[in-house]
Design a protein around this ligand. Structure first.
Ligand SMILES: Nc1ncnc2c1ncn2[C@@H]1O[C@H](COP(=O)(O)OP(=O)(O)OP(=O)(O)O)[C@@H](O)[C@H]1O
Length: 267
């Protein structure tokens, strides 16, 4: 059996609040294979974004281990950490909040190429044009400011920026939640195409089981920081075992409304 791309075990993060200690993430374990989509589902406050921040090493865990591409992610520092950071990218719900809204599209795409030394200055405009084409956008968009383009175009730019560093894992935190249904369907299709072509794994964070059923192979459902249940996406969504799984299914009555084929069915 091949080793997983990402193996998380016993991950725990506690916060002090109002004189009490709460575990935002409590003994959470899961893994992701290369080229796989694992969804992290759960209601608001269940710990999904905290897991993402731990995986990006924006915050440090109180306990647990994160192995990425065969090495201890937490032990990395300096150049090795920077190199690994290029391999794990993030797409947020709102690119307007993630990037300077007045920055040009070209600038937003140039940054990762420059920071991670992906391409020499003279080669970068060509790389930017190729990235735009890869996410279905015209090269003319490069000169526009982020705030001038549509929400769907912005999310395509966020994806282009994420793939600029040739990542093996992209963490998508509610990345399609703010989009209307037809744009959402197009973005999900783009993610599926990129995954097929480049064998990128996704950690797809969402509270919406309808979207998850369209894109994820497996799902982990969190409740109050703990894993409530996990397994094949079709099985978990079809027959949830936990109370929180049942509640999330009930809140998504039109499952697979995105119109793409369910990922768990494509295996
Ligand atoms: N910096 C922090 N300080 C104190 N508590 C925090 C902090 N960050 C998160 N928490 C708490 O940890 C818990 C999990 O929060 P988290 O944002 O990870 O949940 P979530 O599932 O991503 O929620 P949402 O879907 O609303 O984004 C919540 O109770 C939250 O209030």
């Amino acid at each position: 059996m091949s080793s997983p791309l990402l193996a998380v075990s016993g991950l725990t993060k506690r916060y002090r609040r109002g004189g009490k200690t709460i575990a935002a993430v409590d003994d959470v374990s899961f893994d992701i294979e290369p080229g796989e989509t694992l969804a992290l589902a759960g209601p608001s406050g269940s710990g999904k974004s905290t897991v993402a921040r731990l995986l990006l090493r924006l915050i440090e865990p109180d306990a647990g281990r994160i192995e990425f591409e065969g090495g201890d992610f937490q032990a990395l520092n300096g150049t090795a950490l920077r190199a690994r950071r290029a391999r794990v990218q993030m797409v947020f719900q709102d690119p307007l909040a993630a990037f300077n809204p007045r920055a040009s599209v070209a600038r937003v795409l140039d940054d990762p190429l420059r920071i991670h030394g992906i391409a020499a200055r003279s080669a970068r405009p060509r790389r930017i044009a190729a990235l735009l084409e890869r996410v279905g956008l015209s090269a003319d968009l490069a000169a526009r400011a982020i705030h001038e383009i549509s929400g769907g175009q912005r999310q395509r730019i966020a994806i282009a920026r994420a793939i600029a560093t040739n990542p093996s894992l992209i963490i998508l935190d509610e990345a399609v939640s703010a989009l209307d249904v037809s744009v959402r369907r197009q973005i999900l299709q783009l993610l599926l195409d990129l995954q097929r072509e480049q064998r990128i794994a996704y950690l797809f964070i969402s509270h919406d089981l309808g979207v998850i059923s369209a894109i994820a192979h497996r799902v982990v459902i969190l409740d109050a920081g703990r894993v409530a249940e996990s397994g094949n996406a079709r099985a978990v969504i079809g027959t949830p075992q936990s109370a929180i799984g049942k509640a999330l299914v009930a809140a998504a009555p039109r499952l697979n409304r995105t119109g793409t084929q369910g990922a768990a069915d494509r295996q």
